[in-house]
Write a protein that binds this ligand. Structure first.
Ligand code: HEM
Length: 393
């Protein structure tokens, strides 16, 4: 059977001395999808991507107008071509996909409306995946974790009571929200995605960021996350107030207050937290330091396993209060993470996910889809798209 080191992963890998302490844990926790296909992928390496890039569309069509800018195009007297609901259905265009108005070159000449298809979104996915695998000189070898965090912080501002915030808007582009303490470090993720936005100017930032979150999870060997397009960017006036995202130094009441505000139940809160199998804390961003697991670029249920099976004590250092594992002292948990094993209801779910990676993957896929759709006014019959990961091809 393939071991984590034998298949292609982003990870530059943590020191072996620390990794060995839970190597049995990791082997047992490997998702069953670590199979021969992935080994083949590893061998075929980057040439794999040579056919996935499609710049033709964007380079031939010139400047693209979308959302608010479309109104400006109208004012300039450009021609519009509209498609009826029936035509869209016939062409296989998912419900809720916005039409994008295209302008040719510098002349005031319209080339019509671009209506992205499922294939077009797969091309965006492929471009993000390609960049993820190519730009491997970041952190533990991947931008994947920070891309997921960008998508989560864009979505996690949602307030169900007022219907404000959420992934529709991408208002973190603007200073008032981008500079919230919780968003420190996410500029690296936004900058990473900027060339993709240039390559596919028809996609909204809000769709791009959430699609990148989906791509990050899947490329880090997580489950397939169904995703729907249709988010529209909003202007600076829609920035959310500071304080809507969770504070890692707090306990179970805080978790329930923050995620309850978004509309999540206890089980969903625990499943979402499993994302901390990925990535790390950075002292210069959050003040906290270190990774939660030994494989921070591969999604597994190790976060739950480690929570249950390790002994967690306070780290002795000058930084904010955080936990470290007794065995290697190289892993960390936030107070909010440990709150999940202190609270009896949360703990029940941690136990379940620690024992059953498939259950975790199933629930994680469902709840991440819900997270990325917070505050998005999709049409009721909008059908989700699923993307092929490069590991599956
Ligand atoms: C109680 C809830 C949560 C708290 C308090 C929390 C807090 C944090 C903190 C303090 C960091 C470190 C940031 C840094 O220093 O760079 C972090 C990283 C991260 N969080 Fe969370 N988080 C929570 C929930 C979530 C959820 C729901 C997700 C996704 C579904 C998520 C995904 C991530 C990822 C992937 C990273 C790693 C980022 C990187 O490596 O740059 N977190 N989180």
């Amino acid at each position: 059977m393939a071991t984590p080191m034998a298949v292609r992963t982003f990870s530059k890998s943590l020191p072996r001395s620390t990794a060995s302490a839970t190597s049995s844990l990791r082997l047992a926790a490997r998702p069953s999808r670590a199979n021969a296909a992935k080994q083949f992928f590893q061998q075929s390496s980057r040439r794999h991507y040579s056919s996935s890039h499609d710049a033709s569309k964007s380079s031939n069509t010139g400047i693209v107008y979308g959302g608010v800018a479309a109104a400006a195009a109208l004012a300039g007297g450009y021609y519009y071509f509209t498609t009826t609901g029936q035509e869209r259905k016939k062409a296989g265009i998912p419900e809720g996909v916005p039409e994008v108005h295209l302008k040719k070159g510098s002349a005031d000449q319209s080339v019509g409306i671009f209506t992205p298809t499922a294939e077009d979104y797969q091309k965006v996915y492929n471009a993000i995946a390609k960049a993820l695998w190519e730009k491997d000189d970041y952190d533990d070898g991947s931008y994947g974790p920070v891309l997921l965090r960008l998508a989560w912080h864009a979505s996690g501002t949602y307030d169900a009571a007022t219907g404000t915030g959420g992934s529709n808007g991408a208002t973190m582009r603007f200073a008032p929200e981008g500079e919230h303490g919780a968003n420190a470090g996410l500029k690296s993720a936004r900058d990473f995605l900027e060339p993709i936005k240039q390559q596919f100017p028809w996609i909204s930032y809000s769709d791009l960021w959430t699609l990148a979150g989906v791509c990050a999870v899947q490329e880090m060997q997580g489950p397939t996350i169904p995703w729907r397009p249709g988010r529209q960017d909003k202007d600076v006036a829609f920035c959310t107030p500071d304080g809507r995202l969770p504070d890692g130094s707090k306990g179970h009441d805080h978790i329930r207050a923050i995620f309850g505000r978004m509309g999540f139940n206890d089980q969903e809160m625990v499943a979402l937290s499993g994302a901390h199998a990925l990535g790390r804390c950075h002292a210069d961003r959050s003040g906290f330091e270190g990774p939660w697991t030994f494989s921070p670029t591969v999604l597994t249920n190790d976060y739950f396993r480690l929570l249950m099976e390790e002994k967690w004590g306070w780290k002795s250092w000058k930084g904010p209060k955080q936990y470290e594992d007794a065995t290697t002292k190289s892993l960390m948990m936030l107070p909010t993470d440990v709150a999940l094993i202190k609270d009896p209801v949360f703990r029940g779910w941690v136990e379940k996910y620690a024992k059953d990676n498939d259950l975790f993957f199933r629930d994680f896929a469902g709840v991440v889809k819900k997270l990325f759709e917070l505050g998005v006014p999709f049409k009721e019959d909008a059908k989700p798209l699923t993307f092929k990961s490069t590991l599956e091809e």
